[in-house]
Design a protein around this ligand. Structure first.
Ligand SMILES: [Zn+2]
Ligand SMILES: [Zn+2]
Length: 81
């Protein structure tokens, strides 16, 4: 089952289960903006990023999204401002 991680690994933006998000085969999870910047390639594993399927709300009650935030400060898209 997909973890449905709650944030983008690159910019730490919140990603609700129903939000548009992109994942690789290891479920590294990114927002659409970061996915664009990385040209659809996962910076962790080099794999392709694909649209994360939305889990229907009535399934989230029995199968809730992960609450574990993954954030890598060294991400290629991190800006220093
Ligand atoms: Zn992001
Ligand atoms: Zn990956």
């Amino acid at each position: 089952m997909l973890q449905l991680r709650p944030n983008c690994e690159c910019c730490d933006t919140n990603l609700a289960p129903a939000d548009e998000a992109y994942i690789c085969s290891f479920e590294c999870t990114f927002c659409p903006v970061c996915t664009n910047k990385m040209a659809g390639i996962c910076p962790n594993c080099g794999g392709e990023l694909v649209r994360r399927p939305v889990r229907p709300a009535n399934k989230l009650q029995a199968n809730p999204a992960s609450a574990v935030r993954t954030f890598k400060a060294g991400c290629v898209t991190k800006t220093t401002n």
